[in-house]
Design a protein around this ligand. Structure first.
Ligand code: NCD
Length: 310
């Protein structure tokens, strides 16, 4: 490809650690994983992935486990920190220094920002951030980019809206950083109290055109991608604040009336009530395709990090 990329042994902590060339490289490798995801492979035979999930998850953990198994590897881990030694007071650094004896790569999801970075400082094996508090979720951003590329044939030149909880939603933080490496126009739609975090906004504004809005109405007719997020109830310090913004956006067929015919609607899932079920069977809905794409992107990441693909 003419670009020098080196992934073997690397951590995946923040999407900011990756250049546009590296991201494109990962997306290209992911494309080659699609047929392997269907028929299986022995590429990572004998390798072990550990998943340390200190927060609830359905997709991220199962998708990493599926990706590893499709490549012939195996998985260990816990999804319930309550039953692990954490309950006895073990700290993350000790957990990581223990688990690295059992595995070749570790995925960590943790409620605290900076947790994945801390784990990487202690671990001798690669650490993948499966969600660090409200901060980042880099592998979700990669699968979101992959989905856009696959569905629209490009990323550059698109008008994209991120909608919902831009303050506590970690997927939109990683995704916004990633978008800022491309040539897109970004619309940020949220209630006043859930606006995009300042540090993210400042960084991306230096690179791309960003417009903040509280309503979707004006932009629906012009956008190519509508990325909807759940209001992150569990991260609100005050339940009264959550009550004020609960149900702020509900995408239904009426919302989409003025949309471009080829608009795509994405969502990292889980959804609560921000996308009505009636949207699911329209050509706009691509959120369940994202789930499949998550497997192939994570296959690519595991194969690259473990040196099975150069
Ligand atoms: C997201 C997360 O955990 O940040 N889910 C996911 O990983 N696909 C989004 C969310 O919980 O709303």
């Amino acid at each position: 490809m003419g670009v020098s990329v080196e992934f073997e042994g690397r951590d995946i902590i923040s999407i900011k650690d990756f250049s546009r060339e590296e991201i494109n490289y990962i997306l290209n490798i992911a494309k080659t994983m699609d047929p392997l995801a269907k028929r299986g492979s022995e590429m990572l035979k004998g390798k072990i992935l550990a998943t340390l999930f200190f927060e609830p998850s359905t997709r991220t953990r199962l998708s990493f486990e599926t990706a590893m198994q499709k490549l012939g590897g195996s998985t260990i881990g816990f999804a319930e920190a309550e039953i692990a030694s954490i309950k006895k007071g073990e700290n993350l650094a000790d957990t990581v220094r223990t688990v690295e004896n059992y595995a070749d790569v570790i995925v960590v999801r943790h409620p605290l920002e900076g947790a994945a970075r801390l784990a990487a400082e202690f671990a001798k094996i690669p650490i993948i951030n499966g969600g660090s508090g409200a901060e980042e979720h880099p592998t979700q951003a990669l699968l979101d980019l992959y989905t856009i590329m696959k569905e629209k044939g490009k990323i550059n030149g698109l008008k994209i809206a991120l909608v919902g909880d831009l303050r506590y939603g970690r997927t939109v933080h990683s995704l916004a950083y990633a978008f800022s490496l491309f040539n897109i126009e970004l619309y940020l739609v949220s209630p006043e109290s859930l606006k995009m975090r300042k540090e993210v906004l400042q960084t991306i504004k230096e690179k791309i055109t960003v417009t903040e809005k509280t309503s979707l109405e004006e932009i629906i007719p012009i956008i190519d991608v509508l990325y909807v997020t759940r209001i992150q109830k569990e991260r609100f310090p005050d339940p009264a604040e959550y009550a004020k913004v609960k149900g702020s956006y509900k995408i239904d067929l009426t919302t989409l009336k003025e949309a471009k015919k080829d608009l795509i609607v994405l969502h990292p899932l889980p959804r609560v009530d921000e996308i009505a079920a009636e949207v699911d069977n329209t050509p706009y809905a691509r959120y369940f395709q994202q789930v499949w794409n998550g497997i192939v992107v994570r296959m690519a990441l595991l194969a690259l990090i473990l040196g099975a693909v150069k």
